[in-house]
Design a protein around this ligand. Structure first.
Ligand SMILES: Cc1cc2nc3c(=O)[nH]c(=O)nc-3n(C[C@H](O)[C@H](O)[C@H](O)COP(=O)(O)OP(=O)(O)OC[C@H]3O[C@@H](n4cnc5c(N)ncnc54)[C@H](O)[C@@H]3O)c2cc1C
Length: 140
């Protein structure tokens, strides 16, 4: 395997940095029948977040992943979380009005704060930082 400047086998290949640089998890297969309040299927960011929130609410939860935790879409992102998605607000205002666009913004901001609170609460060493986000337009 060839190695790039960071020592990882990434150049010229469509590999996920997160997958390449993170130790594999080794959670055991289910031993048999299990009784829980909730079963969450899929260990991407959606499933893990759902499972954590349910556990925090006092439920017993089994999180079931068919492959490897976060190997799906979640493992192939740029790892930013943002409420600024291209020109989404112009489109939302045009199609649904300002109130709905604001609800979308508030929901996304709340999600970012949830992620930030998980990082703080569980002391996750992921270099999470708040940064400004911009969308540049080349026409008026
Ligand atoms: C190229 C790209 C870049 C992106 N960049 C960003 C970004 O920078 N910031 C951002 O906020 N969002 C980004 N997104 C969007 C975001 O990554 C996705 O919305 C999010 O990761 C989806 O997470 P998920 O948990 O729903 O799906 P996944 O991460 O795909 O997780 C689903 C999991 O379910 C498992 N599974 C499926 N079926 C079963 C089954 N029957 N039994 C057991 N397990 C099962 C799969 O193995 C998988 O692990 C990006 C998306 C793409 C494609």
């Amino acid at each position: 395997m060839e190695h790039g400047p960071g020592g990882y086998g990434l150049p010229g290949r469509h590999e996920s940095f997160w997958m390449e640089t993170t130790a594999e998890t080794a959670y055991p297969p289910l031993p048999g029948n299990l009784e829980t309040d909730v079963v969450v299927v899929g260990g991407g960011i959606t499933g893990i977040t759902t499972a954590v929130l349910l556990k925090q609410a006092g439920y017993t939860v089994a999180l079931i992943e068919g492959d490897r935790i976060c190997r799906g879409v979640t493992g192939h992102t740029t790892a930013k979380v943002t409420s600024l998605h291209r020109l989404i607000y112009a489109e939302l205002i045009d199609r649904f009005g300002s109130r709905q666009a604001q609800q979308y913004a508030e929901a996304n901001q709340a999600a970012i704060e949830t992620v930030a609170s998980f990082v703080r609460e569980y002391d996750i060493p992921c270099s999470f930082e708040a940064k400004p986000a911009y969308t540049y337009g080349s026409t008026r």
